[in-house]
Design a protein around this ligand. Sequence first.
Ligand SMILES: N[C@@H](CCC(=O)N[C@@H](CS)C(=O)NCC(=O)O)C(=O)O
Length: 205
Amino acid sequence: MPEKFVLRSTLTSPFGRKVRMAAEVLGLMDRIALLPADPQDEADTLRRQNPLGKMPCLLLADGTPIYDSGVIVEYLDQIAGGDRLLPAGGLARIKTLTRARLADGITEAAILVVYEGRFHEPGQQSERWLTHQRGKMLRALAAFEAAPPDSGKTDLVAIGLACALGYLDWRQPVEWRAGHPRLVKWLAEFAKHEPAFERTRAPNS
Ligand SMILES: N[C@@H](CCC(=O)N[C@@H](CS)C(=O)NCC(=O)O)C(=O)O
């Protein structure tokens, strides 16, 4: 019987969505049970599974935790036979991983902007910090605008970028649509090409 996994993640986590999308595309979702986590709850077992207290975290059948999202997707790709979401080796793999990290960096900066609002009282937020994070998002978006991925291809880069843009649309840490027409077109086309994008959208997001 194929091994079953537990994925510690909420439906709204953009990095959790990345893993859920990858699992859908690889046909592995029926082996994964979603168990929500609360990173702010110190009693949540998430902090023992991943000492960083971050989701997503994949638990193997014997309880071994796998994180972060990039490593989880690499693992899922491997058990699905490999070479599906990222090239198996060589410089092509390294280039894909680098672009995927760039997409993840948009999400990371977006999350930090959201947390700035969540962890500080109104009026206590650092405009300098927010501008710093928005600069990261805008530079990374400009890089993707200059060279968007192939909208007919679902790989680690496309999945990460789609989750990043979906999160920007939902939380609005920065306005991205007006200044990035090629990315707007890319996301619309990718969403048509890859049904897992809409299937993994969190309710009300
Ligand atoms: N690099 C990590 C980032 C994960 C991450 O930032 N997750 C957020 C939710 S989307 C989280 O758990 N934040 C809680 C915290 O930072 O304490 C990954 O790719 O999995």
